[in-house]
Design a protein around this ligand. Structure first.
Ligand SMILES: [Fe+2]
Length: 236
């Protein structure tokens, strides 16, 4: 499956986190993704951050509601309920107590791993990344790190991410990083990691309709880069 067919990271549920502010804004963003060829969209509101602690069934209910709405609007999109869990005390607690987390399947029909989208604090010292991967593995879950290219500490040590992959993390590219939405360092790392084939997933991390022009450029740039010969990429 082409990676762009599935967007595993969006904030399209209106008025749940700091993402979409209305049903019409969500529809506009969803239509953009659909026009770009995306077929599956994961709805991943922030969880365990700024006090957010939504029951899974609330996110599932929002997903059904949005699916119905998009269908009536003529959009052919498959929506999945999900979450972007912040790596911190609350997530570690949830893992230790075996609380059910919202997952998505990755792999072949015979063997699919349940994946969980996790963001690590972007501007803080990095702690507990390896230990968290172990806790996920012990529960039979595969942790997917949201936008590692935006982690400030990696700018001076880009190869550090290789150790995380070795410990079991999978990586999700924030497409907008490719077009400079998060600064030069994030763009450099995104291109570097993409060239190294380190990403298993892509996502737009779409919050606002104002990001639509960037999403369009980012899809175009991703297609161009994956068709660029490997030797033309900067190496780790
Ligand atoms: Fe996000």
């Amino acid at each position: 499956m082409h990676p762009l067919l599935r967007d595993v990271h969006t904030h399209l549920i209106p008025n749940v986190d700091e993402g979409s502010r209305s049903l019409s804004e969500s529809t506009w963003m969803a239509r953009t993704l659909s026009d770009l060829g995306v077929r599956t969209v994961h709805l991943t509101p922030h969880q365990f951050r700024m006090g957010n602690d939504y029951p899974n069934d609330l996110i599932e209910e929002h997903t059904r509601h949005l699916s119905d709405h998009f269908r009536r609007e003529g959009l052919d999109l498959e929506l999945h309920p999900g979450a972007e869990y912040l790596l911190g005390e609350r997530l570690l607690h949830a893992l230790k107590r075996a609380e059910p987390l919202l997952t998505f399947a990755h792999g072949s029909p015979d063997h699919a791993d349940p994946c969980v989208l996790v963001e690590i604090p972007l501007r803080e010292p990095i702690v507990a990344v390896d230990r968290t991967a172990l806790l996920f593995r012990q529960r039979g879950l595969l942790p997917v790190m949201a936008h590692p290219e935006r982690v400030v500490a990696l700018a001076s040590d880009p190869a550090r991410v290789l150790g995380w992959v070795e410990h079991g993390w999978r990586l999700q590219l924030d497409l907008l990083a490719l077009v400079g939405a998060y600064g030069r360092e994030a763009e450099r790392l995104a291109r570097l990691y993409l060239g190294e084939g380190l990403y298993d997933f892509v996502g737009s991390d779409l919050h606002r309709s104002s990001q639509i022009p960037m999403v369009e450029r980012a899809h175009q740039e991703f297609r161009r880069l994956v068709n660029t010969p490997r030797e033309a990429h900067e190496r780790l």
